[in-house]
Design a binder for this molecule. Sequence first.
Ligand SMILES: C[S@@+](CC[C@H](N)C(=O)[O-])C[C@H]1O[C@@H](n2cnc3c(N)ncnc32)[C@H](O)[C@@H]1O
Length: 210
Amino acid sequence: MSEALNEYILNHMDEEGELLAALNRDANVNLLRPRMLSGHLQGRILKMFCHMLRPKRILEIGTYTGYATLCMAEALEKDAEIHTIEINDEMEDFIMKYVSRSPYADRIKLHIGDALEVIPSLDMWFDLVFIDGDKRLYTQYYDIVFDKVPSGGIILADNTLWDGKVLTPPHRSDLQTIGIMDFNNRIKADHRVEKVILPLRDGLSIIRKK
Ligand SMILES: C[S@@+](CC[C@H](N)C(=O)[O-])C[C@H]1O[C@@H](n2cnc3c(N)ncnc32)[C@H](O)[C@@H]1O
C-alpha cells in the first residue's frame, strides 16, 4: 500500500489513543526493533476482531511492548482476560509501565518465559489466540495451543506473508522464512480448520477451528 493511502486510512478511522501513541513514541525512541509492534491500523483491527468475537479468554504469543495486548484488552468484557507471553525478560518493565497506566490492566496477565514452556502450564481454554512470536516456531506454537482452543475458536497468526519472501525458495540458513512457509503449508493441509490470509501489513492469517 502507498504511504499516502496508508495515511488516508489512518486519518479516516479511530485514533489509537494517548496511551498507545505514547507507547509507540517511546518504542521508536528507545527500542531496537520498534517495527515489531502491531501499530495503529493493525491494533484497531485486533480490537475490532475482539469486539466481534467477544472472547472470554485470549492468548497472545509474543508481547514485545504490549501494544497489541493493550488494543485487545480495550475490547474485552469485564470478566474476560488476556494472557500474553514474552520470552525477553528485559521487556517486562517497558510492558508494565504501559499496562499499569491502562484502565484495563486487571484483564491483562503477563507471563515472562518461553511460550513453549508456559502454554502447557496454562490449564484453560482460549477462544482467541494471536501467534506473533518467533517465526521459526509458528508450527510448534500452533500444535501446542491447538487442543486449548474450542471448536469455533480463532487463531490469528501475524507476518504470514513475511515481506513477500514466501514467494521464492528460501536460503537454507533463512530459518524464519522457512518457519513461516512450513506454517502456511501446514495450515493449508489441516482439514480441522478454515483459513484465510488477509493481506494486511505483513500478512495476517485467520484460522477457525471447525
Ligand atoms: C513481533 S513481536 C510481538 C509484537 C506484539 N505482539 C504486537 O503486536 O505489538 C515478537 C515478540 O515475541 C517474542 N518471542 C519470541 N519467541 C518467543 C517465545 N518462544 N515465547 C514468548 N515470546 C517469544 C520476542 O521476544 C518479541 O518480543
